[in-house]
Each structure stands twice: as C-alpha cells, then as structure tokens.
Design a binder for this molecule. Structure first.
Ligand code: SF4
Ligand code: SF4
Length: 300
C-alpha cells in the first residue's frame, strides 16, 4: 500500500472513531447478477441476469467516490461476464484507479482467465479441496487452478465461505493459498443463512472449531487475510451490525453494508468476517486496530 493511501485510511479511521462518524469508506458495485454457476449456497445469481451498462456503472463509481469511498469492490454474479460495447471488467478497474480509488478489488468465481494485473486483489472463491469445492460449485476446481497458473500477477486472494459441506476443508485451502503461485492469501467468511440456505449454516460450536483451525494455520505460517482478534465475536455473533462504513450499489440502488440488509433477522446471524472486523475497528477496539494494521500492510 502506498504511504499516501495509508495516511488517508489512518485519518479516516481516527475521525470515525473519535467523532463517531458513519461515513462510508468501502463500496461495492454489483455489475450484474448474471452467473455461469449455480453454487449450492448462493441466493443471488441470475435473478435478473441483467448486465448493467458502462455509463451507469461509471455514474455509480462517481457517486461512491463523492461520498468518500476509496476502497472499491466490483462484484457479481460473475464479474468477468461484464462487458459493454467492447469494454471489459479490466477497463472498469483501470477507470476506477484513474478516478482516484485507492484500492480496487474484484470478486470472481475464477472460471474465466484472470487477466487483471491492475486490480489490487482478485478475490477468488475457493470452497475447499477438489471434492468439496466441486460439490458446492460444480466441476470447476481444475479450471480455476488452470486460470491461476496463467494469471499475469500475484494479486489473487482465495475467498472461502465456510458451511456444512466444506467446514472440514479449511486446512486444505490454507495450504493451497500458501503453496500456489500468484496467490497471496486466503480470506474466510462463515455462511450467512439466507432463508433458502439455512441448512448450510454452522452452529456456534462448529464456528469455534473452524476458528481454532484457522488460528492454528496462521500460527503455522499460512497467509490468512483475516483478524484473529475478531474471532470470539464472530463465533458468538457478538458484533455490531450493520457496518456503516460499507455500502453496496446495485442498479442505482444504494444499501448500507449489504443487499442482505433487507432480509429480516439476517444481520443477527451474519457470517461476513469483514463486518465484524470493520465494526469492531471503528468502535475503537485496540486489539482489532493493531491486528488490522499488521494484516493489511502485509497483504495489500
Ligand atoms: S459464482 Fe457467486 S454469484 Fe455465481 S452462483 Fe456462485 S456464489 Fe452465486
Ligand atoms: S447480513 Fe447484515 S450485517 Fe451481514 S453483510 Fe448483510 S447487511 Fe451486513
């Protein structure tokens, strides 16, 4: 991370903590909900299958920038399916950088060529070893690793949503993150139980066991892009929600924290690690602050 970006985030953090502000710093733009996969745990693919046009996306980027957002995520559906009049996802990333966003990340299922060296991080969903990943995401494991091998930059971070199917494959994903060229780290979430995927949710005891494995893997040197200091709150779902520093834009509609904010009762069972990490940070939790400093400087 550049020193100027670090100073911007440090100033933002201090202002938010000391003045109890609720301004956003992290914004996500949903480019489309169209997706080539139908993962078992997913409740958001192909509802409209509309690919939002370039001008609209650029307008949404400007709006977020003017609100103070400086960390931008492009998300789907599948982001690499986005295209408009010859423009591709890569053009959006380049434009976002030009506009002044300090960190620009992309979330993908990894089934398309990962030709995106301009992105700070490509968050690529890997949901276990071959067997468990394919059980959740269809037969995509080998294609994903083929694409990773051919990636032009070392900016890939695995993204694993832990659920009933893959909860015993955390170690395998940590080792893959450590040993695969072009992969920088792995970032975890627990499954957030939308009404149609309740059966995949983990109990408190299962979450505690998963956090123990992640912590052990961290100790053994696996590159985990999460904050251990937030684990106790994640296990108990004892963190403030929603996260006011995060906003999501979908088809011109702005939501605080996530689209899921509209699902009754979901925030109390939220499994997104970033929500716990950010809300604890901006409440001024000193352990989380130190942990975040160490972790973010290492992986971004
Ligand atoms: S790749 Fe993402 S958007 Fe597509 S079905 Fe899977 S989880 Fe849903
Ligand atoms: S479930 Fe609630 S707290 Fe979690 S990401 Fe969605 S809106 Fe945020």
């Amino acid at each position: 991370m550049k020193a100027s970006s670090f100073l911007h985030f440090a100033r933002f953090g201090l202002r938010t903590i000391l003045l109890r502000r609720q301004d956003p710093i992290l914004g996500t733009i949903i480019l489309t909900d169209k997706c080539n996969l139908h993962c078992k745990h997913c409740s958001v693919n192909n509802i409209t299958a509309v690919i939002h046009p370039y001008r609209q996306v650029i307008g949404e980027m400007r709006q977020l920038y003017e609100m103070g957002v400086r960390i931008l995520f492009f998300c789907g559906g599948e982001t690499f399916l986005w295209a408009d009049s010859g423009r591709t996802l890569r053009d959006l990333v380049i434009e976002a950088k030009r506009m002044g966003f300090l960190i620009v990340n992309v979330v993908t299922n990894g089934t398309f060529p990962l030709d995106l060296p301009e992105a700070d991080l490509i968050l690529l969903s890997l949901d276990g070893d071959r067997e468990r990943h394919n059980a959740i995401r269809g037969d995509t494991y080998d294609l994903i690793f083929h694409n990773i091998r051919r990636a032009p930059a070392d900016n890939i971070c695995f993204y694993m949503a832990i659920n009933q199917i893959n909860k015993d494959a955390i170690r395998e994903v940590c080792l893959a993150a450590r040993d695969t060229e072009h992969v920088r780290a792995v970032s975890f979430n627990f499954h957030t139980p939308y009404p149609d995927t309740e059966d995949l949710a983990l109990s408190r005891e299962e979450k505690a066991a998963c956090c123990q494995v992640i912590a052990q893997m961290m100790k053994e040197g696996a590159p985990v892009f999460n904050l251990k200091s937030a684990f106790p709150c994640l296990i108990e779902n004892r963190f403030p929600t929603p996260c006011h520093q995060c906003v999501v834009m979908e088809n011109g509609r702005l939501s605080t924290c996530g689209r899921c904010i509209e699902v009754p009762g979901l925030c109390e069972r939220c499994g997104y690690f970033f929500v716990a990490e950010y809300t604890l940070l901006f409440r001024g939790n000193p352990r989380v602050m130190l942990d975040m400093l160490r972790t973010y400087l290492r992986y971004i």
